[in-house]
Design a protein around this ligand. Structure first.
Ligand code: BV8
Length: 242
């Protein structure tokens, strides 16, 4: 990584592990979301068609959890925002997370590839709007006034993640790919490390434990995000200062 130049581009991928220390559940840890719910029932279009009230309640619970004042960005979110501010080259943050902790932590050059919990989408117009309330099967769409035509603006399994062209362009142009707090089990995000490495990027993983794809990285460092990320950002900014 010492060959990195201050003008180089950095792409960062985050997953649920970066929000764990803010009090939000991950998916695949033993106490995670998929231990409480069947993914097929609550995170697929088929599940939504089968039982929209169950899916809407699943996201209503997560939205109100995220709105809890006790849930705040942590030192890892803040460190990534500092990197974006102080690194001379471009820093693009691609998150699989649907929480808004990166924005609240100060990141601005950000892509929510799996959508956003604080947005709802009208099924008839396809338009997404900011949304902080519960959604029920009676909630009228602000776009059409029709009830039962609103869904969470979230990418379910079998649906195309958002802004994939922009992401693949950035992966092809970056010199450093940094993956934080993800198990590396969900595609296409889990394949980003190969895409970046193929184009010559140096790849680093910061995670509580080695991810499914840890051997694809040049460095895989294990530990808590609130400890590892600020230290890694310091390491990068020291390089930029040289
Ligand atoms: C699609 C909804 C294509 C939002 C989610 C190959 C290629 C392409 C697709 C596939 C493929 N193989 C299989 C597929 C299909 C599927 C898939 O990947 N399935 C998996 C299960 C095998 N992929 C899809 O369906 C994707 N769509 O490919 O479309 C297409 C093509 C043509 C036409 C149409 C479509 C869509 C994927 C998005 C699905 N939606 N969620 C929501 O409810 O949140 S994915 C879900 O998993 C979450 O969004 C989350 O983002 C994602 C990944 O989970 P992680 O963030 O990694 O969380 P996890 O709990 O797993 O891990 C946390 C990690 O943190 C752990 O390793 C832990 O150790 C660590 N950790 C914990 N605490 C800390 C910590 N680390 C540091 N510090 C700590 N304190």
């Amino acid at each position: 990584m010492d060959r990195l130049k201050a003008t180089d581009r950095i792409v960062i991928l985050t997953g649920a592990g970066i929000s764990k220390e803010s009090g939000l559940d991950t998916f695949r840890d033993t106490d995670g979301i998929w231990a409480q719910y069947d993914l097929e029932d609550v995170a697929t279009p088929q599940g939504f068609a089968r039982n929209p009230a169950l899916v809407l309640d699943f996201y209503n619970a997560r939205r109100s959890g995220l709105l809890d004042p006790a849930v705040q960005p942590n030192a890892a979110h803040a460190a990534l925002a500092r990197l974006e501010r102080e690194w001379p080259g471009e820093v693009l943050l691609v998150t699989q997370n649907i929480d808004d902790l990166h924005e609240r932590g100060g990141s601005t050059n950000l892509i929510h590839m799996h959508g956003e919990l604080m947005k709802a989408r009208c099924l008839d117009t396809g338009r997404a709007i900011d949304w902080r309330e519960d959604i029920t099967t009676d909630t009228p769409s602000p776009m059409t006034g029709r009830p039962g035509r609103l869904r969470p603006h979230v990418v379910w399994f079998g649906e195309m993640p958002l802004e994939m062209d922009r992401i693949y362009t950035a992966l092809a142009e970056c010199s450093l790919f940094l993956s934080i707090g993800t198990s590396g089990t969900v595609y296409p995000a889990a394949g980003f490390v190969q895409e970046a490495s193929l184009h010559g990027a140096y790849a680093v993983e910061l995670n509580m434990e080695p991810s499914a794809g840890h051997t694809l990285f040049d460095e895989a460092i294990c530990g808590q995000a609130t400890k590892l990320v600020p230290a890694f950002v310091d390491r990068l900014l020291a390089l930029a200062a040289m």
